[in-house]
Structure formats: structure tokens, C-alpha cells
Ligand binder design. Structure first.
Ligand code: 1CP
Length: 347
């Protein structure tokens, strides 16, 4: 890495020249350049091509000037190596992203026991080669964020067989606690080996996506999620790169999440950013524009974005981002307007 970059500086809560900004799903269907690639190849085919991974990861850096790149992949790409038959349905025309489908979902203890922990250097070589290809393309311009899914969020797809809610998984917690723990254990091991190899291949930071963890109450978070997340955070600490925890619907649990061992907490729009920063004083905070506003106008998007920059306050350790991913149909010019406005923001 060349001189310290403002995204990594902010993760470490050191002062920066301008607020760093990147956006979840900054590579995706809202971009004409991404749609052009997807006209040629299926989603999983794209995820399995190191050259295409590098192309679509670098495109938003060139197009919008983000301060960090995020590996183009998915939180579910390792599932075939675990023994699950994963496909992505075609996104309906104009209606957005194609969702994941698992033909042989995990429903019983025997299903859990049959799951294999992947060996990334063998099973996910394309991801690791992709990381090397991205860094060659970025040439040190911005750092690269690697990622994995959190155990609960990945389990929701594995048990339901797709984006079908959480009822089956939550029922498993109560009906067969041991099976649920065995599943979270396997998914935790799978997350740790993947993120360790991503860092070894050249990722400069790592984000854990626990998008749906807000589904659980405090008691279940304590039993079924926090211990596993703390293990992932500890493994990340050993790698030496900054770690980011992302979840939604978790505003009631920020102080507890701050004890898990992550360096940065990414919050959704349901909590004012100043309140989030007050509640986790020892950590950097990332967030939290509601991506829906960017479906409207550049003016409305910039107004809301600047309100967040101001509310975040001047203390080091703030990274501008969204509360969740960029939505399909977002006009790219609204994204550009927000990036430029955040970069122009000064105290
Ligand atoms: O720029 C980036 O962020 C691109 C890399 C990326 C990441 C970090 C993709 C590409 N997916 C993810 C993570 C991911 N995948 C999450 C966690 C983040 C979040 O909450 O959005 C989740 C829940 C998934 C599962 C998944 N994969 C979904 C969501 C389904 C649901 O339940 O709502 C979908 C639609 C996918 C496919 C997918 N992954 C990524 C893209 C661009 C797409 C669309 C596929 C296409 O091109 O048709």
C-alpha cells in the first residue's frame, strides 16, 4: 500500500483530509457497465472469473471516485463447496436482482453434519485470484475490502432455501438447539477460513455482513450469534486488517456489539448517526444514508447525505456509507452527486 489511505485511517480513528466514502453494492445492476457484463454472463459465472471480478470491482472506483473497493463476490459463493446446490434466479426485467436458490436446503441435524467446511485455496481459488487481479487493477489507488456473510445471515439462506424469510431457521433455534449450534459452528469455521485467505491474498480490510441479524431478540443474539461473531472478530484481529461489522435493525444492541472485537460498526438509517457515535465511543462508525433517497433526486440525496456528515461530527473515525446496499434503479448521477458532496464537505 502507498501512503496511508483515508478509508483505512478512518477505520483506525485517525484524522483524515476528507471524509472517506464507499457504498455497499457499489458494483451492481444500477450501473450500465455492470448490466453490460451481466448480459454476457450469469451471476455465478461472473463471481467465478477473476478477470471479470477485477473489472466489475474496479469500475465504481473509476466511475464515482469511491475511497475503497469491495471485492465483487457474494456471501453465498462457498455454499457449493459445503455441499449445497446454489443457483441465482434471473432478475426479473426491471424488477431487480435475481435472488439465491438452494435446491437441497439444510433442515435436519444430519443435513448439518453433512456440510463440509470449504478449503478456500482449493474451492475458492477464483476469489483469491480475483483479489490479486483487483489489486493489480487498482494499483494502490484505494484499499480493497474483503468480506464474508455472518453465520446467522448465511444460515437464513441455507435453511430456508433462498430469500424466504426466517421462520424455518428461527424454529430450528427453538426446536433443535443442538442442530442450530452445529450449523452456526460450521458456518463460523467457513467464514473464518475464507476471510483469512482473502486477507492473505491481499484484502486490506474485512467486512462481516450480518444483514438479517436484527431478526433475533437479545436472548437469542447472546446464545446464537454474538459468541460466533466474537470468534470471527478475533480471527480478523490476528490478520491485522481493520474489521467492520455490518447489520441492520440492531440499534437496540450497539453497546453490546461494540464489545465483540470489531474495529468499525456499520449502522443502518434507523438510528441518527450522532447517537450511534455517542453510543460506541471506542469504535469507528460507518453509515448510514437510507439508499432509498437516491432513487429520487440528486438534490434530495445530497441534502440528506450532508445532514449525516454534519451530524457525524468532527471526531476522527467516521466513514460515509449507506444503511444498506444501493438499490436497483438508482440513477448513477445521484450516486456521483453524493460522493462529490461528501468529498467537498468540510468542517
Ligand atoms: O459492491 C458490492 O457490494 C458487491 C459485492 C456483493 C456483496 C458484498 C454482492 C454482489 N453481494 C454481496 C453480499 C450479499 N449477498 C449480502 C449481504 C449484503 C446485503 O445485505 O445486501 C446478501 C444478503 C447477499 C445475498 C444475495 N445475493 C442477494 C440478496 C437476496 C435477498 O435475500 O434479499 C442477492 C440478490 C444476491 C445476488 C447478488 N450479489 C451481488 C449482486 C450485484 C447481486 C445481484 C445479482 C445480479 O447481477 O443479478
Amino acid at each position: 500500500m502507498p501512503p496511508p489511505h483515508r478509508f483505512l485511517e478512518a477505520c483506525a480513528r485517525r484524522p483524515v483530509d476528507r471524509l472517506p466514502v464507499w457504498m455497499m453494492r457499489q458494483a451492481g445492476r444500477y450501473q450500465p457497465s455492470y448490466r453490460a457484463v451481466r448480459q454476457q454472463v450469469g451471476f455465478l459465472e461472473l463471481c467465478r472469473s477473476p478477470e471479470l471480478i477485477a473489472q466489475v470491482t474496479c469500475a465504481p472506483i473509476d466511475e464515482f471516485g469511491f475511497d475503497a473497493a469491495i471485492l465483487f463476490s457474494d456471501i453465498l459463493v462457498h455454499l457449493p463447496a459445503m455441499g449445497l446446490d446454489l443457483t441465482f434466479e434471473k432478475g426479473e426485467k426491471g424488477k431487480g436482482d435475481g435472488g439465491p436458490k438452494i435446491a437441497n436446503p439444510v433442515r435436519t441435524r444430519a443435513d448439518v453434519d453433512a456440510l463440509k467446511v470449504p478449503v478456500p485455496t482449493r474451492d475458492l481459488r477464483y476469489v483469491l485470484d480475483g483479489i490479486r487481479a483487483i489489486n493489480a487493477g487498482l494499483n494502490g489507488r484505494v484499499p480493497l475490502i474483503g468480506f464474508v456473510g455472518g453465520p446467522f445471515t448465511v444460515a437464513s439462506y441455507v435453511v430456508e432455501g433462498g430469500s424466504q424469510g426466517f421462520t424455518r431457521l428461527k424454529t430450528m433455534l427453538y426446536a433443535d438447539k443442538a442442530a442450530a449450534h452445529a450449523l452456526f459452528e460450521k458456518l463460523t469455521q467457513a467464514a473464518i477460513v475464507q476471510i483469512e485467505e482473502q486477507v492473505a491474498a491481499g484484502a486490506h480490510a474485512a467486512q462481516v455482513f450480518e444483514s438479517w441479524l436484527g431478526e433475533l431478540d437479545r436472548e437469542d443474539l447472546e446464545e446464537f450469534a454474538f459468541p460466533y461473531l466474537a470468534r470471527i472478530a478475533a480471527a480478523l484481529k490476528k490478520t491485522g486488517v481493520p474489521s467492520i461489522f455490518f447489520g441492520t435493525g440492531l440499534s437496540g444492541h450497539l453497546e453490546r456489539i461494540a464489545t465483540l472485537g470489531f474495529d468499525v460498526i456499520s449502522v443502518d438509517w434507523r438510528i441518527p448517526i450522532d447517537e450511534a457515535r455517542r453510543r460506541v465511543p471506542g469504535l469507528a462508525v460507518q453509515g448510514n444514508l437510507d439508499s432509498t433517497v437516491m432513487l429520487s433526486s440528486a438534490e434530495a440525496s445530497v441534502k440528506k447525505a450532508l445532514g449525516i456528515c454534519k451530524a457525524a461530527g468532527p471526531a476522527p473515525g467516521y466513514i460515509f456509507n449507506l444503511g444498506h446496499g444501493i438499490q436497483v434503479g438508482t440513477p448513477p448521477e445521484n450516486v456521483k452527486a453524493v460522493v462529490d458532496a461528501v468529498h467537498a464537505f468540510r468542517w
